[in-house]
Design a protein. Structure first.
Length: 121
């Protein structure tokens, strides 16, 4: 029993050096390659499942780019809904209605996050 606990202690001590920090020059080099303002170039694949806590942790630049992309998506879905109504495609029209509701809900959450006083620091 004593021998197995000693092996356990030794094995845990061996794992610690694996978490050693990178040399300082590599750390500085990686910081210089980060973009100044992280933004979205397209809507995230799970944008329909975004919720308030997920939006709360985003940067202001990410929220602004998401707002712009949602505005474009709103226009696209509106055009698609008009076409679906003309072609009498009820399922597509209802899906467009649901997407428009999701976009409106996400936009109100973004506005609430931007008004939050804790973000002004």
């Amino acid at each position: 029993m004593l021998r197995s606990s000693a092996l356990l202690v030794r094995s845990s001590l061996r794992r610690a050096p694996a978490l050693a920090a990178r040399p300082r020059s590599l750390a500085l080099r990686s910081l210089s390659t980060l973009p100044a303002e992280p933004t979205f170039s397209q809507l995230p694949p799970n944008w329909r499942k975004l919720d308030y806590p997920a939006l709360e942790v985003m940067d202001t630049s990410e929220l602004k780019s998401l707002q712009d992309l949602l505005a474009r998506e709103h226009e696209r879905v509106t055009v698609q809904r008009v076409d679906a109504k003309e072609q009498q495609r009820k399922v597509l029209r209802v899906e467009c209605d649901l997407d428009l509701k999701r976009i409106a809900k996400i936009e109100t959450w973004i506005e609430a996050v931007q008004r939050d006083s804790r973000r002004n620091w």
